[in-house]
Design a binder for this molecule. Sequence first.
Ligand SMILES: N#Cc1c(N)n[nH]c1N1CCCC1
Length: 331
Amino acid sequence: STGSAAAVPINAEFDIAYVTPVTLGTPPQTLQLDFDSGSSDLWVFSSHLPTSQIRGQEIYAPNKSSTAKLLDGHSWSITYGDGSGSRGNVYTDNVTVGGLMVERQAIECAQQVSSSFTSEAHIDGLVGLGFSTLNTVSPKSQLTFFDNAKGALDSPVFTADLKHKQAGTYDFGFIDKAKYTGEITYVPVNNDPGYWTFSSSGYAVGSGNFSASPISGIADTGTSLIYLPTAVVTAYYRQVQGATNSRSYGGYVFPCSATLPSFTFGVGEARFTIPPAYMSYAAVTPGSSTCFGGLQSSNGVGINIWGDLALKVAFVVFNGGTPPTIGWAAK
Ligand SMILES: N#Cc1c(N)n[nH]c1N1CCCC1
């Protein structure tokens, strides 16, 4: 089997996150979910949430699904690196993504979500695509949609073809040759503790020399930006007039009028260049002339993260075979 579904940016101006339509239960309830290779819980806004925490999101109501079953005595609670989080109880039900159906998928129903989720009307929940070792359901942890689907897939892979300010796709079970050019460069993945952790071969700022130094980081579709070591980030912002690492804004900012260099990262011998226009993320507040950088320091994060800003300049294969690997291709 295979599946293919759209990855739609939730904001017309900035690629904050991407959502994908997912149908749950019988009759089908369709929610727009954030596919997140940096976590491993499938959780949704649900009929178990206080209405005060729902602001425009679609909800999943298990009691309206004839195929929903309570996973008795199980609960979940997750906190993300940005401090957001949610918790609740667990049902199993049919989950379909782009024509690919998993029966008895654990659907973690939110009974509480943090304010940043309530404020994001376009995200109805997440589909974790990290390794199932990270799943937070207790007392028995649950498998991700990908892990449940894997055995039935033509090939044990999913691919991400994210785009800037336009819809891309997540494919399951096949590698679409029409979505990339040249060869796919595969590198090893360390899935301990459960992220798609790989080693980049180095970086370059603008037209500068390529610095061939391995950078270990996670491929994370659920994070907007790129978080890298201080040495990389200072080398980049040294080339940006007026750039400063702002404590108040929580990262590197610069005048929106500044000329930005491109940023190139390596995967093996392959090179991927993020154009200058992508490297300015957003004005720090609407209408401000100060802009927030797409490249930020990983100092406060604890791990290096290759988020959507890096993923959107490539076609990326998340190979869940044995051993797992990750492939990057130009497009
Ligand atoms: N922080 C953070 C984070 C991450 N590293 N991967 N996915 C994340 N989120 C998904 C929804 C909220 C945050």
